[in-house]
Design a protein around this ligand. Sequence first.
Ligand code: SAM
Length: 284
Amino acid sequence: MISTLYIVPTPIGNLDDITLRALQILKKVNIIAAENIKHTSLLLQHFNINTRLISLNNYNEKQKTEQLICKLKNGINIALVSNAGTPIINDPGYYLIKNCRQSGILIIPLPGPCAAITALSASGISSDKFCYEGFLPKKSNIRQEILKKLMYESRTTIFYESPHRLLNTLIDIICILGKERYVILARELTKIWESIHGLPAGELFEWVKIDKNRYRGEIVLIIEGYKKLKATNTIISDEIIKTFKLLYQSLSLKKAADITSKIYDFKKNIIYKYAIEQKINTKK
Ligand code: SAM
């Protein structure tokens, strides 16, 4: 007798965001596999749910998966929850789901809270096309490498960020994507101190750094996608100059100006003239 594995999102701050269906499922299953038993116990207590809990986290997932699949194959229904939001989204559960699929076990996902989507919905940045990048690496040089790869990403990009890394991450965003790139800082969503603030990266950095409260708590960063500048524009931006300089390290002045002008749909002769005037036309 094969039963069901339910994926159950839980609130990201405000307990009222639990869905009626999530409560029904958490009550009716035989076991809840939780990222942190203590954390989920408090949630269950709040809603008077007494379902048995077992732990499933990043450290024991592989070992627990086998046991859980065995239970599922023997008619036990299981709900998977994480500490907050949608399980699997930067939370444990991927290995379990993958193996349940391979074993032909029925998986029923419930819709519900997710910090990335909650932040995106209020960002005012295009959400027709977006990509989710999870957490950026802790080390600045590796973080910069990732940002370089995203330099010309035209889709909106969503990151999760920790409060103690926020200022350094903003510095890297300014360095790589330019101070004009528009960024939304969504903090403490659904909680008392919720704040959603959007500014060009340079201004956002200045705004955040003057008050510690502006980088406390849980954070989602949303970065506007790369936009080509119009050919009618004659003001050369920091971003254009940076790209030109990067290309000029390995190409001729003419070729670097040519490619930069194509990337930004910007007049080649202005880049060329700028390089001559600013004496960028000599390689070090
Ligand atoms: N599975 C979760 C989801 O669906 O959003 C994400 C889990 S991940 C381990 C935790 C990160 O999500 C936090 O460090 C923060 O970046 C983001 N996050 C979670 N809750 C948040 C909230 N209330 N406001 C802003 N960001 C939040």
